[in-house]
Ligand binder design. Structure first.
Ligand SMILES: C[S@@+](CC[C@H](N)C(=O)[O-])C[C@H]1O[C@@H](n2cnc3c(N)ncnc32)[C@H](O)[C@@H]1O
Length: 173
C-alpha cells in the first residue's frame, strides 16, 4: 500500500501528521458541516464510511447518530490521536482503518453512505463501497471560495498558477 498523501487543502495533511492535537483544535469547520449533514440526511442507524478521516472530527461526531462508522485515514498519527479521543469519550462504534482513499478496504456495496470532509476523496471508490441507493456526501469549500474574494490574490502570493490542481480553488469563477 502507498503511504503517499493525496494533496488536499493547503498544508493540512502535513500539519495533521506532525501536530494532530493542534489540527484538531482548529478543525472546527467540520463540526458545522457534520451538524448540517445530520440535520438534512437520514443517517440514523446507518453504516457509514468517513474517508480521509483525520483526527476524527467527522467520524466521532457521526458516531452518535450512525450505527457504525468506518474511518479511513492514511496517516498514523492522526489515527492514533482519534483512537485516544474515542477511548476518552467511550465511543465504541467507530473503526479506524489505515488505508488509502484510492483503495478502500471495504467490500463493494457494504456501507449505506460515504462521507468525506475537507479531504481529497476518490469519489469512484466511495461510490463503489456504497450500497445501491446510498449517497456520497462531500463537505468542504465551494470551488474558488476558500477565502472568498481574496482567493486569487492569496493564490498568486503562493505562486499557484491556473494550471495547478489547486487552481480551481483559487481561480474558479
Ligand atoms: C484536511 S484533513 C481532513 C480531516 C477530517 N476529515 C476533518 O474534517 O477534520 C485531510 C486528511 O486526509 C488524509 N489523507 C490524505 N491523503 C489520503 C489518502 N490518499 N488516503 C486517505 N487519507 C488521506 C490526511 O492524512 C488528512 O488527515
Amino acid at each position: 500500500m502507498s503511504f503517499e498523501v493525496t494533496s488536499g487543502y493547503f498544508q493540512f495533511d502535513d500539519i495533521i501528521d506532525k501536530l494532530p492535537a493542534v489540527y484538531h483544535a482548529f478543525a472546527l469547520s467540520t463540526l458545522g458541516l457534520v451538524e448540517r449533514l445530520v440535520e438534512t440526511s437520514k443517517l440514523s442507524n446507518s453504516t457509514l464510511v468517513d474517508i480521509c478521516a483525520g483526527t476524527g472530527r467527522c467520524a466521532l461526531n457521526l458516531a452518535s447518530t450512525a450505527r457504525h462508522v468506518y474511518a479511513v485515514e492514511l496517516q498514523r498519527r492522526p489515527s492514533l490521536f482519534a483512537c485516544e479521543q474515542m477511548k476518552a469519550e467511550n465511543i465504541d462504534n467507530v473503526t479506524y482503518l489505515r488505508a488509502d482513499t484510492n483503495a478502500l478496504p471495504l467490500s463493494s456495496g457494504s456501507v449505506d453512505h460515504a462521507v468525506g470532509m475537507w479531504g481529497a476523496v476518490d469519489t469512484g471508490e466511495a461510490e463503489r463501497v456504497v450500497r445501491p441507493g446510498g449517497r456520497v456526501f462531500l463537505g468542504g469549500c465551494a470551488p474558488g471560495n476558500v477565502i472568498g474574494e481574496l482567493s486569487p490574490i492569496v493564490g498568486s502570493l503562493y505562486g499557484i498558477s491556473k494550471d495547478s490542481p489547486m487552481a480551481e480553488l483559487f481561480f474558479a469563477g
